[in-house]
Design a protein around this ligand. Sequence first.
Ligand SMILES: [Zn+2]
Length: 274
Amino acid sequence: MSVALTFYGAAGTVTGSKFLLETGRARILLECGMFQGPRELSERNWTPPAVGPATLDAVLLSHAHIDHSGYLPRLVRDGFRKPIYCSSGTADLLRIMLPDAAPLNEEEAEHRNRTGATTHRPALPLFTVEDATRALALVAPVAFGTPFSPAPGVEASFSLSGHILGAAVVHVSAEGRRLVYSGDLGRYDVPIMRDPEAVAEADTLLVESTYGDRLHQKDDATGVLIDAVTRAAKLRGWLLMPAFAIGRVQELLYRLRELEDSGDRDLRAAPGRA
Ligand SMILES: [Zn+2]
C-alpha cells in the first residue's frame, strides 16, 4: 500500500506549513501553520487547503511558532475534531500563542471593515478566541522519545530539534516507510536550548530550510551585542532589537543578563538597562 505526501504550504515560501500524509487507512496533517508576511501571502489563509478537516485522523505538530500552528483554530472551525499531538512544551506555548493570535485576526477584520479594504463584506476574522479555545481542547501532549499511534497503522515519535521550547523533529512510520520531518532546526551550543538530536534513519527526509542558503557566523553574536549596547549607552539612547518573540527574545535576554553578570564596566554604566 502506498503512502502519499501532499504539500499545502511552506512550498515556494517559508510559512503556512501544512503537509498531508495519506495511507489507505489514515489521513494525518503534519503541521497546521498560518501563512505570514505580505498580503499576497496572508490572503492564502483564506483559501481552505483541500485536506478535508473533518476527515483527518490527527494533526502532528513540530513546534508552536504560528507559521506551524496558527491555522489550527481555523481547521477546528472548519470541522476538525481529532487529537493534535505535540510535545508538552509545545502544548504550553500553544496555550499562550493561539488565544493571543485570535484578537489580531479580529482586529484586522475590524480594520478592513472600517477602511473598506476588503473584498468580503463584512470582512470576518480567520478565527476567534473561541475557535482557539476549542483547538486547545484537542491538544494531546506526548513526551519526547515516546512512541504513539496517531492513526490506524501509523506510529510516531518526537525527538529534540533544538529550535524553541518544546520543538521536535517528527518521526512517522506507515506502511513500512519512515518519514522524518524536521520542523525548524536549531543550532548546536545555544544557551537555554538543548542540542538537536541526530536523526539515525529515514526513507523520506522532509527538511525545512528557511535559512538554507546562508552560512552562520562561526562565533556567536556576543561581540555584536556588546558593541550595540555600548554604543546605545554612550549615546544615552535606546536600542531597538527586532526579534522573534518566542525563541530569539529569550536567548537575547539570557545573553544580556550573562553580560551584566560578567561585570563589563561599560554595560553596568548603561542608563536604563535593556
Ligand atoms: Zn519556528
